[in-house]
Design a protein. Structure first.
Length: 239
């Protein structure tokens, strides 16, 4: 989807009770939440929603937020109402908050449009995880738990923290393994290189880009950083 030159990477609509209405309801609307390979753009968006809004949740409810996350991760039945709100399917009479992760070129940014309290945004993100397959929940819930500990700005630093990567380009976040193979010059569609092969190729590439061996002084720092991250990605044990 193209939005004024921006590409929609992930989206979540959270429907909830309007302000000043005594009933407390939460429902989900349109969702675009790619989470494979984890955390995927969907996991980054859900984590950012939690990081953005958890600080506004009453302190006496935060422990229950974490208990709810644990139940979602294991597939337990969620008794309603929960955290003073009832989760439902019907959206009639509810207001909508929309949260998006957008791409512009190789950069990504968050677009949050909240019209409800912080708690309903957090609940919406958690119930969106519940809609995922159980194996995906087990990889995305830790991302939300990690986001709950974040105390910085909602931007590139948060993305790097949640993705456990310093590479913030769309290609690196969308498919880290393919990106890493390409950076180190391996066949993206070939067999997985051994750790020894990765190390040897890394050293060879580092020599090529280093200014002392003819590499460009301006681009050397980024190239060396990319190579180091590519080696880290390919050296991790496969899931």
């Amino acid at each position: 989807m193209d939005l004024n030159g921006k590409v929609l990477l992930a989206e979540l609509e959270i429907w909830h009770t309007r302000p000043a209405v005594p009933t407390r309801r939460v429902a989900l609307g349109h969702m675009v939440l790619p989470v494979d390979p984890a955390p995927g753009f969907g996991g980054l968006l859900l984590g950012a929603i939690v990081a953005e809004n958890l600080f506004g949740v009453d302190d006496d409810l935060v422990d229950d937020v974490h208990r709810l996350l644990a139940q979602v991760e294991t597939g337990d039945r969620i008794v309603q109402p929960r955290l003073r709100h009832r989760f439902q399917v019907d959206r009639h009479g509810l207001a909508m908050s929309r949260h998006r992760l957008l791409g512009v070129g190789e950069n990504i940014s968050f677009d949050f449009h909240s019209v409800g309290i912080d708690l309903v945004q957090v609940l919406g993100a958690i119930y969106a995880v519940e809609r995922l397959a159980l194996d995906h929940r087990r990889t995305i819930v830790p991302v939300l738990q990690k986001a709950a500990r974040w105390r910085g700005p909602i931007g590139p630093q948060l993305i790097a923290y949640l993705a456990d990567s310093e590479m913030l380009s769309l290609a690196a976040l969308a498919d880290p393994r393919s990106w890493a193979l390409d950076v180190l010059g391996f066949d993206v569609n070939g067999k997985r290189p051994s750790k020894r092969e990765v190390t040897a190729r890394f050293r060879e590439c580092m020599r090529d880009v280093h200014p002392d061996h003819g590499g460009d002084h301006v681009d050397a720092a980024k190239a060396m950083s990319d190579l180091a991250e590519a080696r880290r990605v390919l050296s991790k044990k496969p899931d």
